[in-house]
Design a protein around this ligand. Structure first.
Ligand SMILES: Nc1ncnc2c1ncn2[C@@H]1O[C@H](COP(=O)(O)OP(=O)(O)OP(=O)(O)O)[C@@H](O)[C@H]1O
Ligand SMILES: [Mg+2]
Length: 233
């Protein structure tokens, strides 16, 4: 059998030293290429903590996270940052776009961070990504000149710039009205269906979770349920 895209084994996470919060208490699951999964659970159950660990923004207290067969615990800080930049796309609840830069320049930022320069093919890719998220007519706009939903779509295009193996999104629609949220969700579904982008999204919204193919539900730092979601034919 092919190795999973992501393997999480025995992962725990403690925060703090004097007063320790055990945010994750032993998480095990794996994700195959092309999956579209929802991470759900009550506030404080550990969803963002888990996403940050999978996204290599932080390291587990114990346990292993392997991505495409690479044991990420074996990488030093520089190696981890480089691996993250080339493997993971991250979309946050708040888009974290750079206000002084245009949509295209924001999308180019991960490539610039990786290579220290921008080439013409990169610029073409950034513009093509913006067109694919429906912003072909907004390439030169600053974030402040875009709506919340449009900003989030720029953030998704940015997350896809380096062709990540895994797209992670922490409440990508949490800060949007219903219609913009729906557009962003449909965009993620389309990228998954058409481009095969593997997605894991944290959501509070059960109606969104049932529209993902799989739902991992956390309670109190543990996987409470991990189930396939029956999709209408
Ligand atoms: N930087 C931190 N320092 C200390 N404790 C933290 C830190 N980040 C999170 N925690 C604690 O870890 C636990 C899990 O937090 P986490 O943010 O992962 O929850 P969550 O499921 O994402 O919640 P929400 O739905 O409210 O976003 C909580 O008890 C939280 O208080
Ligand atoms: Mg959270």
């Amino acid at each position: 059998m092919a190795e999973p895209l992501l393997a999480v084994a025995g992962v725990t996470k403690d925060y703090g030293t004097a007063i320790v919060t055990r945010a994750l208490r032993g998480i095990d699951f794996s994700v195959e290429p092309g999956e579209f999964l929802a991470l759900t659970g009550p506030s404080g159950s550990g969803k963002s903590t888990l996403l940050n660990l999978i996204g290599l923004l932080d390291r587990p207290t114990s346990g292993r996270i392997a991505i495409r067969g690479t044991d990420t615990g074996s990488l030093d800080a520089d190696g981890l940052a480089r691996f993250r930049g080339r493997t993971i796309g991250f979309v946050f609840q708040f888009h974290h776009l750079l206000p002084a830069f245009s949509a295209t320049e924001n999308v180019l930022m991960p490539a610039f961070a990786d290579l220290g320069r921008i080439t013409e093919p990169m610029r073409a890719r950034a513009e093509s990504l913006l067109r694919s998220v429906g912003l072909g007519d907004r390439l030169d706009r600053k974030p402040s000149e875009l709506s919340g939903g449009q900003q989030q779509r720029v953030a998704i295009a940015r997350a896809l710039m380096m062709e990540p193996a895994l797209l992670l999104a922490d409440e990508p629609t949490g800060n949007l009205d219903q219609e913009s949220g729906e557009q962003v969700f449909q965009l993620l579904r389309r990228l998954n269906a058409e481009e095969g982008v593997t997605c894991a999204i944290v959501t509070h919204d059960d109606r969104l979770a049932v529209r993902c193919d799989r739902n991992i539900h956390l309670v109190d730092g543990l996987v409470d349920r991990d189930q396939r979601t029956p999709q209408p034919a």
